[in-house]
Design a protein around this ligand. Structure first.
Ligand code: ZN
Length: 128
């Protein structure tokens, strides 16, 4: 794999792979967001669960995520804005993917929370 699917100009090996393998943690909520998108692309579904806030992780449906992630073809991730204030952060993004040969643009504002120095995805609001 050449450049990382998250949209950085780095190699996957030095970008999101250490996060997916658990040898490093995302230093910012934005990086966590990018690495979570990337996890869908490389099908590292466990990473999605691991990086979901322990308080909301019961809502996490591994099979549904996997079923969806295996079905669609990811095109790109577009970050619109990100804001980090103390231990809370929001990232607004558009994820472009093909679902059944149709281009879908998923526009979402995700919320993140930092617990004991580690960023977690909390929830997301879909925008139209
Ligand atoms: Zn990456």
């Amino acid at each position: 794999m050449d450049t990382c699917p998250c949209g950085s100009s780095e190699n996957y090996k030095t970008c999101c792979q250490p996060l997916h393998q658990g040898t490093d943690v995302a230093p910012t909520a934005l990086k966590l967001m990018q690495s979570r998108y990337c996890a869908y692309v490389v099908k590292a579904y466990d990473y999605l669960k691991l990086t979901t806030d322990p308080q909301t992780t019961f809502e996490f449906d591994h099979n549904a995520n996997q079923e969806w992630g295996d079905r669609v073809q990811f095109q790109k991730l577009e970050i619109l804005s990100s804001e980090e204030i103390k231990n809370k952060a929001t990232v607004e993004f558009k994820a472009h993917f093909l679902d059944n040969h149709q281009l879908v643009v998923h526009h979402e504002v995700s919320r993140f929370r930092r617990l004991e120095g580690i960023w977690y995805f909390r929830d997301g609001k879909v925008k139209n």
